[in-house]
Design a protein. Structure first.
Length: 163
């Protein structure tokens, strides 16, 4: 099957703030729909270790999903990390279980814990991105853009410096 590039003229799924954040990884601005919500600025947190990154992710999941906090459903939240860290992925974030199974996630039984690469082409209302490799090569910039642009409304990036 031949590969065909398709240039999108407008950013449709993201808030204005997430789209503006994503623009820093591509050449030039990406116009958003006229009626797109402004949204919140993506949050960038720092962690010294992978374990600390998962603790920060757990706090964010609680903030977004507890009924007396953000009230998001589990199927609205995904935590994305480098596939090479899979053996360290937590089985739960506090009271919320994690899953790599899309059906389990879509039925709101657990938070999705997945690699950036396997989540490509999907989207979630709220994404926590655990970023361990911030090299500046073209492939890295493209992967970082793709991972960030999967978030429709809320985006938190946790940069791990000690890896």
């Amino acid at each position: 099957m031949d590969h065909v590039d398709f240039q999108l003229e407008q950013n449709c799924p993201n808030t204005v703030k997430i789209a503006q954040h994503c623009e820093t990884f591509v050449s030039g601005p990406i116009p958003v729909l006229e009626n797109a919500p402004e949204g919140e600025e993506p949050q960038i947190l720092k962690a010294k270790t992978q374990e600390e990154a998962f603790r920060l992710a757990e706090r964010k999941v609680r903030e977004w999903c507890l009924p007396n906090e953000g009230g998001l459903e589990l199927r609205q939240v995904a935590v994305l990390s480098d596939g090479a860290t899979r053996s360290q992925w937590p089985r739960k974030f506090g009271v919320f279980g994690t899953t790599e199974n899309l059906s389990t996630w879509m039925s709101s039984k657990a938070i999705l814990m997945e690699s950036w690469a396997r989540f490509k082409g999907l989207e979630a209302d709220a994404i926590i991105l655990i970023e361990t490799d911030r090299t500046e090569g073209n492939k890295s910039r493209a992967n970082r853009y793709v991972a960030r642009s999967r978030a429709k409304h809320l985006l938190t990036i946790i940069e791990v410096d000690g890896v």
